[in-house]
Ligand binder design. Structure first.
Ligand code: TXA
Ligand code: MG
Length: 353
């Protein structure tokens, strides 16, 4: 398949406006279009067209039991596809449009392919101007998972989308780098009107509790699922966000990390806090040190994490090392992605003490 590549970074230009119309036309016709959102790029199809949505799974190599998020133009559109509740209204009022996805009971109109046969469906109203213009122009919601091959880190820039998806979709819209860099926070509204966090993101449990006065954190957010345990979010059970090289998370402080790494003999890359990077001069080649922001700046770390993992993976390292993030606030989202990228391989450097 020939993939059309189109630049929509200047959304107000006539050319971009025409491109949005062309992309909408493709989606209405059952084709696949990749578009930027504020979190990561999404691989979109008409959410009301089961055949088109089936092609999303094929293009990604995604297992059919892992449901899709439907993207809507305005928060009120959720009523067309789900049974909403006052709790949804609170979340919508506080956080939409923005990087949050809400799981609610699905209405019949949502094809079973989109929700993998479940009785619930995930809904998200993105804030990125290109996403919003595209969904409005389509007149139908867009079903879209992250635009990576299944199992790989989500793409946060046009170049990374192209690496995975050239030849697999009809069109890719280049909207520049994604601001947040990690996928949306996912919450499920339970039948007893409580809220369960299934995937952490920029919107933290603290933010949600402040607005909703309820939040339970699903065990799979922090831990590996025990054998036989049921998954609340099917996507959580797959190896995820993983480069080809094994990733190891280092638990300990800056000095412990440096001592440990100076003794390593294999060819490795290091994801490193900015203030520690200079300390590796003389220990390893500077191009193998990937700066992911200051240790206190989790927004920058979120923005750069998947980018750095994908860039590091091009080098063919024997291993990629990274500091183990603190699992609080927005750090919870970093921790959640990193334990999956590393397949839960944590090296505890504090044990030696
Ligand atoms: O930021 C995002 O959410 C991005 C952009 C493109 O919007 N999308 C995204 O989609 O991350 P995806 O498919 O990569 O991740 C969606 C997750 C999967 O883990 C899936 O299992 C879960 O949401 N999910 C979707 N529908 C669900 C449902 N009805 N019940 C439980 N989990 C669901
Ligand atoms: Mg994904």
């Amino acid at each position: 398949m020939e993939t059309q590549m189109r630049d929509v970074r200047e959304l107000t230009s006539d050319a971009s406006k025409q491109t949005i119309q062309d992309a909408a036309c493709l989606i209405r016709g059952g084709s696949l279009v990749i578009f930027p959102t504020e979190t990561v790029y999404g691989l979109g199809a008409d959410a009301t067209n089961a055949e088109a949505c089936k092609r999303i799974y094929e293009a990604k190599g995604r297992p059919s039991d892992n449901p899709l998020i439907i993207h809507i133009a305005v928060p009120n559109d959720a009523e067309k596809y789900t049974y909403t509740s006052p709790l949804y209204d609170k979340i919508a009022e506080a956080f939409m449009p923005g990087p949050i996805t809400v799981i609610m009971p699905a209405k019949e109109i949502v094809p079973l392919t989109v929700r993998s046969g479940l009785e619930t469906v995930a809904v998200r109203c993105p804030s990125h101007p290109v996403s919003r213009a595209l969904i409005s122009a389509c007149g139908v919601p867009i079903a879209a998972p992250s635009a990576n091959l299944s199992g790989k880190p989500s793409p946060t820039c046009f170049a990374h989308v192209k690496e995975d998806m050239d030849g697999r979709v009809d069109m890719i819209l280049d909207g520049g780098p994604c601001e947040v860099g990690l996928e949306s926070t996912i919450v499920k509204i339970e039948s007893d009107n409580t809220l369960t966090l299934l995937r952490p993101g920029k919107i933290t449990p603290e933010d949600l509790y402040r607005v909703c006065q309820t939040i339970h954190i699903a065990p799979s957010v922090l831990d590996k699922l025990a054998e036989g345990e049921t998954v609340l979010s099917p996507g959580m059970k797959y190896r995820h966000y993983a480069p080809n090289a094994p990733v190891y998370l280092l638990k300990g402080d800056a000095i412990m990390r440096q001592n440990f790494l100076s003794a390593r003999k294999e060819y490795f890359g290091l994801l490193c806090y900015n203030e520690e990077a200079d300390g590796y001069r003389g220990i390893m080649a500077i191009e193998d040190v990937y700066r992911i922001g200051a240790s206190s700046d989790m927004e920058t770390q979120a923005h750069l994490l998947f980018y750095a993992l994908r860039e590091a993976d091009k080098k063919g390292y024997d291993a990629i090392y990274a500091p183990l993030p603190e699992a609080s606030g927005m750090g919870l989202a970093l921790y959640n992605r990193m334990i999956r990228a590393s397949a839960y391989q944590i090296i505890d450097l504090t044990e030696e003490l």
